[in-house]
Design a protein. Structure first.
Length: 325
């Protein structure tokens, strides 16, 4: 059973964060052998490094979450009973780099404009620039968002799209981080458990992170399309403080989905484009993974047959985005 990073007790520990929380970031970005770790002995990262100087306090941010979630949920529109609707939840896990925030916000704009999901998108994001206006990307808010979307849609016919973007670790955890707030990390089995609590018949789950192929086995199944940015033992590329969008986000969202409304075909287009970029840059191939569960291909085809596809939407980061938070 997971341990929730709730207000009571958690906020009192902000200035004494556990070593395991700091190690999670290190594991997600810089895998080391025990010998390497002992010899290099890196200094612990500053948990306040990405916190805005004139921003709210961590306690204020946590107390604001129920209100921010209520406001986000209130913007969701009910489904149209005469057609299949898409509902998108975008989750930007790591608050230390703008690239994940950029990608989650772009996914929401793209689905709203191009795939008829106006009023059917909800963004959870960890970023210093949005602490006062957007819900955090954390375990509790993800559960709340899924519950709200389930109530707004017709779960027997509508399709949930869950797009998660962050760093990933070799033991298949997504980095969920907005230091110095202690947040629970989300592993592959955790995500499967969260989704299993909600009776979505049709869903598309995209995990854009290193080692994200490890999310395929617990998530795959009937009515589910799973796509990941890398295989279980490989890194993916394009994150970092100087990046505006990841390789996978660029190839899948910005290029492929602006050319086709077929998610499976878009994945194939993105995989080929990424392979070309990795070869050009002399990188170990990430080998994105896909699992198409029984029934989901036909349901997506039924959605495409009745949706009015909008114009392509070129990628652009938010106007306030810079190369670093």
């Amino acid at each position: 059973m997971r341990l929730r990073g709730l207000l009571i007790g958690a906020l009192g520990a902000l200035f004494a964060l556990g070593a395991s929380h700091l190690v999670t970031r290190a594991q997600a970005q810089h895998a080391q052998t025990p010998a390497d770790a002992a010899s290099s002995a890196p200094a612990a990262p500053d948990p306040w490094a990405h916190w805005p100087e004139n921003g709210p306090t961590p306690e204020q941010v946590m107390y604001a979450q129920p209100r921010l979630m209520r406001e986000a949920v209130a913007r969701l529109k009910p489904q149209d009973p005469h057609k299949i609707d898409l509902y998108l939840i975008a989750f930007a896990g790591d608050g230390s780099e703008n690239v994940f925030r950029n990608e989650a916000q772009y996914a929401a704009r793209l689905f709203a404009q191009r795939f008829g999901a106006q009023g059917h998108t909800l963004v959870l994001e960890n970023n210093p620039a949005t602490l006062e206006r957007a819900p955090l990307a954390n375990w509790s808010n993800l559960e709340t968002a899924l519950t709200a979307v389930h109530k707004a849609m017709d779960p027997k016919q509508d399709i949930l799209v869950l797009y998660l973007t962050s760093h990933g670790s070799a033991d298949h955890y997504l980095l969920v981080d907005m230091d110095p707030i202690p947040l629970d990390q989300i592993g592959a089995k955790d995500l499967a458990g969260i989704l299993a609590e909600h009776a979505f018949r049709w869903k598309v789950v995209v995990v854009n992170a290193c080692y994200s192929g490890g999310f395929v086995p617990p998530l795959q199944g009937a009515g589910t399309l799973v796509m990941t940015a890398a295989r279980t033992d490989r890194s993916s590329f394009g994150c970092g403080s100087e990046s505006q969008i990841t390789y996978f986000g660029d190839a899948f969202l910005a290029h492929a989905l602006n050319r086709t409304d077929d998610f499976i075909a878009a994945f194939d287009m993105a995989r080929k484009r990424i392979a070309g970029w990795e070869k050009r840059d002399d990188l170990t191939p990430s080998e994105p993974q896909i699992a198409v569960g029984p029934g989901i291909r036909a349901q997506l085809a039924a959605w495409r047959a009745q949706v009015r596809i909008g114009k392509p939407l070129p990628f652009a980061p938010p106007a306030s985005a810079s190369t670093a938070p």
